[in-house]
Design a protein. Sequence first.
Length: 260
Amino acid sequence: MDLAARKSKMIELIKEPITFNILDGVTRIPTETSTEPPLKNPMPVICIINGAGGNGKDTFVDSVGRSVAAFNISSVDVVRHIDEDLDKYLGDVIDQMTINPVEERKKKSNLYRKFLSDVKRAWEDYCDGPTWSMINSIDYLFRRQMRGYERHDLIFLHIREPRNIDKMKALVEERYGAICLTLIVSGLVDPKFYDNDSDRFVENYEYDLRVVNTPADLNGFRERAALFGERIHQINSIHGVELVDDPEGTEDLPEQSDEM
């Protein structure tokens, strides 16, 4: 199968119902019947995840990471690091800003989200920094797996703007030949609540998958996320893309501390 067919097959299988037997308490995940042998070293599935703030993206990713090997990368990670050092670099000048990001960060306010979105937009406009920062992280993870350091089932990419989702999908498929899924988490917070474009326009995209987070059902949401991870692992081992080994690599690749 070509890449598009493998992706379509994966989406189709993910959507198959998973059953739970109320008598014996056993969760049954559909079993693969493919005659193809399992892949020796499946390439991690790239999953671009989105959703307005407060809908549970981090909870979803964390729960997936408790069942399979997953890695989490956000397009705003570098911006957050810059923000964390603002008080050190700006000193008293920070009090003259129209927003005190240090105080707003503590409150996780709507204003703080807009501040991060605006800073990231400037970084993007001048050098497409968020995209290439994420690509560098993916390169690193792929090289480690090619050389036998570790294996991942999923790499989550947090990307907000639809134009950047399309850009990343094209780069991932062209650069790695990897399966790239798009997923949105919704159900708790209406994107219209926000006044920053990154949150407000998350629905302006046709995602491959939608996960609905139901109020007052946190445990159920976490369980579904864990099952999502298990299902990806199962499907990818048969219908994924083989990652070619690179045992001759000599570059020093120490472990990265952000792994889940």
